[in-house]
Each structure stands twice: as structure tokens, then as C-alpha cells.
Design a protein around this ligand. Structure first.
Ligand code: PLP
Length: 380
């Protein structure tokens, strides 16, 4: 295979080696159904228990607060629908304009069932304004759902203060932390969130597995009905191998947080390199999101009067893999809802690409990406 620079880790990551090793025995010999009482199932039953504890420890939760799901999309769907349909307070939901479609479309569905959905605005760097949230909250609001970190522009939201505002109204607070878990320290007790979504393939785990943190005593409707798995809340035989792989990958990822300083400086470095290669900041290109509070390694960069898709394909021809925005939306060539919400001018928005690096990348990768990008931009 030709050597590539993979810089689309916000879309998905490669499987961590230790995670892969930890999964093998459950794909080969230890295939017992963890719900069965006989001794052959003991190893898989114990593996679930250990994995739940490892995951809980990584986010300072209790093991019985971790519910395994099929990934971020399911966790988000369950959080929104499960709280709304538990119907404890009213018929109102609040979310932001820059959420992932897993949240926005779950809200649309709940809206079609008679609920009212309110969208809170964000500032030009993608930060949800606490005062604006407070203005639209009411005693009828069942749930506020605000993402921990945006998947297109990397802005990290002030989750602790947003959650405490929601709690002033006795409203449940959910955060979609799919892009953040394993990349920044997460402590659900400090954050004071009630629900938190995560997905393994964003932090070196396998695809198709994730979890939803549900704080003890939060009333939520079960997501799947059937067997008694996941405390009667999510029926279906557990994907033991993937759950074990997810726990191993999360532990590995959490051990690496803040250990790769080039990820914290990726924005600065990319900007510096683009300038050195002949482009001018603010004239030829801009970086989107909050420069003070962003996901390590994620850089959203917009080039004036260019086409993001064309840039992405030209980089691809040079062996550099980036995306034009949200991975799940690569078929949709319109300006994304996130770029619209932060109101960047159309002539910049259309030329946007997302570079997302992780510990498998290096400073040299950033330099090479900047060099190739500059050559492409100056020649089209
Ligand atoms: N939420 C966010 C913020 C995401 O970035 C993604 C995936 O890109 C999801 C949810 C969906 O996660 P999954 O691919 O595990 O369904």
C-alpha cells in the first residue's frame, strides 16, 4: 500500500494494537454468551464487568452508569428520545445549531411526536452562549443537549456552566462527547452532566460500539426492548469482543492525553507553515473555531474562493487524507450547518477542509500538509 498521511481522525481512527490483541480471544475461543449461567460463559461475563469498570474509571463514573450501545449515533438517539419519552416534566427540548445530525435529527423526530425543539445560537467561534441558553430555558424543558466538542471546527463548549444553568431549571443535561472522550480529560462528576455519549472508533477502538453514561436515578426509556441486558435498558446479546476492545482503547487513549504537545499546537503550526509557504492569514485563508479552547489536533481551515471538495481530492492524489467537514455528510456538498451557524463568509465557507490529527501523526505531517496545500491553493 502506498504511504499515506491520514489526517481524518475525527471521521475514524485506526484500531489500537493493544485493543486488537485484547479482542482476539473473544473472536476465537471465548464465544460464550455472557447472559448464560454455565461456566463456559464466565470469561465473557467477567470481560464485560471489567470493561465496564475500566470505562467508568476513565470518565470518573460508576460501572452501573455505563450502558453499551452500537456507537455515538445510538447513544445520542437514546439520550434524546429516552429522556423526552420518559416525559417527566414537559414537552420541550433545547439543543444547539451546531450539533451532529445524530442529535439534530433525533430532536426532529421528537418534534414530529409533538415536542417543541428550541435551538440555541453560537458565537462566531462556535461557543454556545450561556446567557442565550438561560433565556430560552423554561420549566417545561425536559432536556438540554449540547455537544462537548464540535466535530467540524473543534470548539470545546463550556459544558460545566451550561449544565449548571440547565439544572437551575431542574432540566436534564446531555452532552455528545463523541469527539472528546479519549482526547481530553473527562470527569462526569466535575462536569455535572446527566448523560454523555461516546463512540469507540473515535479513540482507537473498533467501529460499531460505544456507550452512553447515564447518571444513577435518571429516568430514561429503554432503547431496545427484549432481553434483560444492560439493566433492562438496551436488549440484545452484547458485542463482547468490541466492548473489550473499546475499554482497552479508551484506557490507552486516556493514558496518552496531553502527552503529544504538537497536537495542542497543530493550529498555530499549520497557520505558521501556510504563511511561510506564501499564503496570507485573513486574506487567503482563515482557521475556524475557538483558538483558546479546541480539540487537540483538529484544524478547520477555509481558503478564499476555493472549493473544499477540490482541495480534498487534490490532497488525496498526493496521499494526504483530510475531509471537507463532517464525515457523515461527505455526500452533501452544501455549506454545512455548522459553518452557516458561525456565519463565516460564503467565499471562505466553500473552501473549507478539516484536518484532524492524532498521536500517530507528527510535526512533519503538518509541515507536509501545509506545503502541499499551499502549492495547490496557489495553483488553482
Ligand atoms: N456525534 C459526533 C459529534 C460525531 O462526530 C459523530 C461521528 O462522526 C457521531 C456523533 C456519530 O458517531 P458514530 O459514528 O459512532 O455513530
Amino acid at each position: 500500500m502506498k504511504k499515506i498521511i491520514y489526517a481524518d481522525n475525527a471521521a475514524t481512527t485506526s484500531l489500537n494494537e493493544k485493543a486488537y490483541e485484547s479482542m482476539k480471544q473473544f473472536l476465537e475461543n471465548e464465544y460464550g454468551n455472557p447472559s448464560q449461567p454455565y461456566s463456559f460463559s464466565t470469561v465473557s461475563k467477567n470481560a464485560l464487568k471489567t470493561s465496564r469498570k475500566i470505562i467508568a474509571d476513565c470518565i470518573n463514573a460508576e460501572p452501573d452508569e455505563i450502558y453499551f450501545t452500537s456507537g455515538g449515533t445510538e447513544s445520542d438517539n437514546w439520550a434524546i428520545k429516552g429522556i423526552a419519552f420518559a416525559n417527566k416534566k414537559g414537552t420541550e427540548i433545547i439543543t444547539s445549531k451546531i450539533e451532529h445530525h445524530a442529535v439534530l435529527k433525533s430532536c426532529n423526530f421528537v418534534e414530529s411526536q409533538g415536542y417543541k425543539v428550541k435551538l440555541v445560537d453560537v458565537s462566531s467561534n462556535g461557543t454556545v452562549d450561556s446567557e442565550k441558553l438561560e433565556k430560552i430555558l423554561s420549566n417545561k424543558t425536559d432536556i438540554v443537549s449540547i455537544m462537548y466538542a464540535n466535530n467540524e471546527i473543534g470548539t470545546i463548549e463550556p459544558i460545566h456552566s451550561l449544565a449548571s444553568i440547565a439544572h437551575n431549571y431542574n432540566t436534564i443535561f446531555h452532552t455528545d462527547a463523541v469527539q472528546a472522550v479519549g482526547h481530553v480529560p473527562i470527569d462526569v462528576k466535575d462536569l455535572d452532566v446527566d448523560l454523555l455519549s461516546a463512540s469507540a472508533h473515535k479513540f482507537g477502538g473498533p467501529k460499531g460500539i460505544g456507550f452512553l453514561y447515564i447518571k444513577r436515578n435518571i429516568e430514561i426509556q429503554p432503547f431496545l426492548n427484549g432481553g434483560s441486558q444492560e439493566n433492562n435498558h438496551r436488549a440484545g446479546t452484547e458485542n463482547v469482543a468490541s466492548i473489550v476492545g473499546m475499554a482497552t482503547a479508551l484506557k490507552e487513549s486516556c493514558n496518552q492525553i496531553n502527552k503529544h504537545s504538537f497536537l495542542l499546537n497543530a493550529r498555530e503550526l499549520l497557520i505558521k507553515e501556510l504563511i511561510q509557504n506564501g499564503l496570507s492569514y485573513g486574506v487567503d485563508f482563515i482557521c475556524n473555531g475557538n483558538n483558546n479552547c479546541f480539540l487537540p489536533g483538529l484544524v478547520s481551515v477555509s481558503f478564499k474562493n476555493k472549493n473544499g471538495e477540490q482541495l480534498m481530492h487534490r490532497l488525496d492524489l498526493r496521499g494526504i487524507i483530510v475531509s471537507t467537514g463532517a464525515a457523515c455528510d461527505s455526500i452533501n456538498t452544501e455549506i454545512s450547518h455548522v459553518l452557516k451557524a458561525i456565519k463565516i463568509p460564503k467565499y471562505f465557507a466553500e473552501g473549507t477542509i478539516r484536518i484532524s490529527l492524532n498521536k500517530n501523526n507528527s510535526i512533519d505531517d503538518i509541515k507536509l500538509i501545509a506545503l502541499e496545500l499551499s502549492k495547490i491553493v496557489l495553483n488553482i
